[in-house]
Design a protein around this ligand. Structure first.
Ligand SMILES: Nc1ncnc2c1ncn2[C@@H]1O[C@H](COP(=O)(O)OP(=O)(O)OP(=O)(O)O)[C@@H](O)[C@H]1O
Ligand SMILES: [Mg+2]
Ligand SMILES: [Zn+2]
Length: 363
């Protein structure tokens, strides 16, 4: 069974991690100076490298060949290999989503008492740490306060605000950032080249823009598309898989909104729906598009913010549309479409929220 992309391309060295510059700088400095905390918290959005960096830290701390003036793990010694193969006795990964109760934490506390079997440190990575129950957190507290010298905890979470203050005050916190569109695009290009996959640049850009700053989702999407594409990954194929609607069409729809052409707008929504596109995805794209118009309407100088998202030709079209639109109308459209986005999640008739929106707003 071939490895899935996001595992195959999990960085094996700190230098391969994309973004997270400050976190990496602080952590690698700590490794070099041998100032290791007993409890870390890695907080941030999905697929931004929390588990990856936690494993790298574990690997580096327990590496048998690493010299004092290096921070990268060697990836060759027995300890590094065991961690890479997921069978190190001294790296314990706990998924708090399924081991969240007091009993689980008690057995963890028992485990902490035993020194590492063959390494310097015994490292516990607790994923989805916010899922731990209140009682279990209390049980964990004592261990976090006075852990044995050889123990390092790394808590990872997408929702740090759910952790109790008592835990937060006992951990060294690192915040992981969403990756930029450009970073994701570059990483996808790299993977595609490694895998000898041919692609249209716009296809990868589209994948990147859908994954909202998380690399795992982007890599999984790339893999799915590669599987169904015969020769080359095209923008159309990506649009189809995502149930997306291409920019030309969004532009047309937005024109109907700007010119208040109710009937055309409603017909258009129905057409899009008939073709099998997701109304949620469609609406989100319309919102994205209108936001660009809003920014350009506020000030043409804001085009700077959009440079990473649109091509120069698209920008020209946007400028033209911004000219014929009116600021307060754009604000109204956007505010209402955000409500539509929420309604789309629970409407009995998929097209209805947009139809109502058109009927009420395009007077
Ligand atoms: N900063 C990054 N640099 C390089 N690859 C990354 C990065 N972040 C994520 N990835 C890719 O995405 C995959 C998943 O990343 P990881 O498991 O570290 O995410 P996570 O932050 O722990 O997400 P979750 O909150 O969903 O657990 C990795 O195997 C790797 O392929
Ligand atoms: Mg993770
Ligand atoms: Zn090693």
């Amino acid at each position: 069974m071939p490895q899935v992309f996001y595992r195959k391309y999990r960085p094996q060295k700190f230098s391969e991690v994309v973004n997270q510059k400050i976190t990496l700088k602080l952590l690698t400095n700590a490794i070099l100076q041998n100032k290791i905390a007993h409890a870390y918290l890695f907080a941030g959005p999905r697929g931004t490298g929390k588990t990856t960096v936690a494993r790298l830290l574990a690997k580096s701390l327990n590496c048998q060949k690493r010299k004092p003036d290096e921070y990268e793990p060697c990836n060759k010694c027995a300890s590094c290999q065991a961690i890479n193969n997921g069978n190190s006795l001294d790296l314990i990964e706990i998924d708090a989503a399924s081991n969240r109760g007091i009993e689980d934490i008690r057995s963890l506390r028992e485990n902490v008492k035993f020194p590492p079997s063959s390494s310097k440190y015994k490292i516990f990575i607790i994923d989805e740490a916010h899922q731990i129950t209140k009682d279990a957190f209390n049980a964990l507290l004592k261990t976090l306060e006075e852990p044995p010298e050889y123990v390092v905890f790394i808590l990872a979470t997408t929702e740090p605000e759910k952790l109790p203050a008592t835990i937060l005050s006992r951990v060294q916190r690192y915040d992981f950032q969403r990756l930029s569109l450009e970073d994701i695009e570059k990483r996808l290009q790299y993977i595609a080249q490694q895998e000898k996959i041919d692609f249209e640049p716009e296809a990868l850009r589209l994948i990147a823009s859908y994954s909202e700053g998380g690399l795992r989702d982007a890599e999984s999407l790339l893999e799915q598309i590669a599987l169904i594409s015969e020769k080359k990954i095209t923008k159309e194929a990506v649009e189809e898989l995502l149930g997306a609607v291409n920019v030309e069409k969004i532009k047309r729809f937005v024109n109907y909104l700007l010119k208040k052409e109710k009937e055309k707008a409603i017909n258009f929504v129905y057409e899009i729906y008939e073709k099998g596109s997701s109304m949620e995805v469609f609406n989100k794209e319309v919102i994205n598009y209108l936001r660009k118009l809003l920014l350009l309407k506020i000030s043409p100088g804001l085009a700077r913010i959009l440079e990473k998202e649109v091509t120069p030709e698209e920008l020209q079209t946007l400028f033209k549309q911004a000219q014929i639109s009116n600021l307060s109308y754009l604000e109204t459209l956007l505010r209402k479409l955000i409500e539509v986005q929420i309604q789309l999640k629970r409407t009995p008739i998929p097209t209805l929220p947009l139809e109502l929106f058109i009927s009420e707003t395009l007077e």
